[in-house]
Design a protein around this ligand. Structure first.
Ligand code: SAH
Length: 250
């Protein structure tokens, strides 16, 4: 009987996987990989059999049941099966369903965390998700509910919405209905962590304007305290500037 390691691949660029993830990936016999994972990661496990189960790639429409069954079948043949997921496996990755399928089949599983898109977006834009005194809580929310309707909330100082890329205008209206003011800062980042990432900033009332720019790309929407750029605490004084200059001793 084999085992399954769920590994977070990070948000895009191959070098954002963890060391633990990379080491385990190198031992894999089989890798079941999602659509948003950087193909360059294949170099970390060149000997493994790579199976693309991305909802777009795998026979065009891999259902979750098919993926669960494939995981179980591969592990039963005595392999180390790596389930490589974009970002972090525990964030909007349907990890609960895959863990349940393995538990039911009596197959051991471990989870290696990864960098979720919200964290990559914060790093790319140098906009911390928490701010001392006014950004005390962060929520990760999927904008899309199971039945395909759009959902918004106002429960944390900074809210990061996943899976809203196609409906930014509608998300703006839902956020307003949830009590956010039209002036609330919103930061939109697509393909965070990748070389071709894009960032735009808006007032909530103008969020629809982001739609064209990020069209068709994986996108997170950061709303509230964590959406604003960080300003200098106070302008550098002449003395501070002088200290930063290389001193000439001659
Ligand atoms: N497990 C993943 C999320 C999977 S759900 C994670 O932890 O990041 C897919 C959604 O994640 C996309 O619709 C988008 O909202 C977001 N996403 C994934 N990769 C992204 C990236 N590189 N930049 C911005 N958003 C991304």
């Amino acid at each position: 009987m084999g085992r399954v390691a769920f590994i977070g691949a990070g948000p895009g660029a191959a070098d954002l996987i963890t060391l633990r993830g990379a080491r385990l990936l190198a031992q894999a016999d089989v890798v079941l990989v999602d659509a948003l994972v950087d193909p360059a990661l294949r170099e970390l496990a060149p000997g493994a059999r790579w199976i693309d189960v991305g909802k777009r790639g795998f026979r065009r429409s891999a259902t979750q049941d098919m993926i669960n069954a494939l995981l179980v079948r591969q592990a039963q043949t005595g392999n180390l099966v790596v389930r490589l997921k974009g970002g972090d496996p525990s964030v909007f990755g349907r990890l609960d369903e895959e863990l349940a399928a393995l538990a039911q089949a009596g197959i051991a599983a471990e989870v290696v965390p990864g960098i979720t898109a919200a964290l990559a977006a914060a790093a790319d834009t140098r906009r911390p998700l928490t701010r001392r005194g006014r950004g005390r809580s962060v929520s990760l929310t999927t904008a899309m509910t199971r039945d395909g309707t759009l959902h918004a909330s106002h429960s944390a100082d900074t809210e990061v919405f996943y899976m809203a890329g196609r409906q930014l205008g509608a998300l703006g209206r839902r956020l307003a209905a949830a009590g956010w003011s039209g002036e609330t800062p919103v930061s939109v980042v697509s393909r965070a962590g990748c070389a071709d990432r894009l960032h735009s900033e808006h007032r909530l009332a103008d969020l629809a304007q982001a739609a064209m720019l990020h069209n068709g790309r994986p996108t997170v929407v950061v709303v509230g305290a964590g959406a604003t750029g960080v300003m200098p605490a106070h302008p550098a004084t002449t003395t501070e500037t002088a200290i930063l200059q290389p001193t000439d001793h001659h």
